[in-house]
Design a protein. Structure first.
Length: 305
């Protein structure tokens, strides 16, 4: 998978060379190209911004500079005019691309978004600065390729580079071969193993730390009990720390044991869950009665000789 990043601060992206992502780049699992936007300026000051129409504070990045840069990067990311300036500077074949524009005005970037974007062959990121990029650039780009305006949270940063680091790392963890154990992504918060929930707390050695013990169930070796314990702790933690996620849970995602945890912590129960659990328990009880062994006092239905 290829990531291209257009920015005026290429050194901001240096952390991509570290840890798992750096290893993935070195192994050729993913390729990252860093492109200096100022390469596409033509004035002595190499200006990429100008005053906003309508007045107001700050400056706005120029659409013509951005459009020329995007066209060249899409055409040939390894050409001398768009040489990679940073980590992962081994060119990869250029395939169909999606443009990502980090902006606090964009749609919320989530784990589901990362899972969607990892299926793309190539992502190009436009790192805005100042008051952002002239919207006409986004509109023009959308006429020739898919464009996603993404926000990593309800706050404002000085530029898009930090957001790009977040987005690329979230996506890269889902690329086959990047994580040593692919199941790690399944059991993460928001992963497919625990949909709608954050993950349970983690523990390692020593078993006792400053009077605090590792939960006994995690040391007992009963896999089913461990799975249930972690599920319960995920429910409690989500209710405590992420009421927004908890409120979005539906009855289809929960079972009878989950209901017991919800009652324990005083959490609201999704519509239909209690009724479904009661019906399931009644059906199990009826099935158990039908399987009960016959006795002399309960010989069963009379059969004619």
């Amino acid at each position: 998978m290829r990531f291209d990043i257009i920015t005026i601060f290429g050194e901001y992206l240096t952390p991509l060379r570290e840890s798992l992502l750096g290893k993935a780049i070195g192994a050729g699992t993913m390729t990252v190209g860093i492109h200096d936007l100022r390469r596409w300026t033509h004035d002595v000051h190499r200006a990429v911004d100008d005053a906003p129409y309508g007045g107001g504070p700050g400056m706005v990045m120029k659409p013509d500079v951005w459009w020329t840069a995007l066209q060249d990067v899409l055409a040939d990311p390894s050409s001398p005019g768009t040489a990679d300036d940073g980590p992962g500077n081994d060119p990869a074949p250029a395939g169909p691309a999606t443009l990502i524009v980090p902006t606090p005005a964009g749609e919320r970037f989530t784990q589901a978004t990362a899972a969607e974007l990892v299926r793309a062959e190539r992502l190009v990121f436009a790192c805005g600065r100042y008051e952002g990029i002239d919207q006409r650039f986004v509109e023009r780009a959308a006429s020739v390729m898919p464009v996603r305006e993404l926000s990593i949270g309800d706050y404002v940063l000085a530029g898009g580079e930090v957001a790009v680091l977040v987005i690329i790392e979230a996506i890269a963890r889902l690329i086959p071969g990047v994580l040593g154990n692919p199941d790690s992504a399944v059991d993460d918060s928001f992963g497919t193993g625990i949909p709608g929930l954050v993950e349970a707390p983690s523990y390692t050695r020593p078993p006792a730390f400053d009077g605090l013990q590792v939960p006994e169930v995690l040391r007992g070796g009963n896999h089913a009990a461990i799975v249930r314990h972690r599920r319960d702790e995920s429910l409690r933690r989500t209710f405590r720390n992420r009421p927004d996620l908890f409120a979005a849970l539906t009855a289809e995602l929960l079972d009878a044991e989950d209901l017991a945890v919800l009652d324990e912590v005083g959490a609201p129960v999704p519509v239909g869950l209690r009724e479904r659990v009661e019906a399931e328990l009644a059906a199990k009880a009826a099935k158990k009665r039908r399987r009960r062994p016959r006795t002399e006092s309960d010989p069963g239905p009379h059969r004619p000789m």
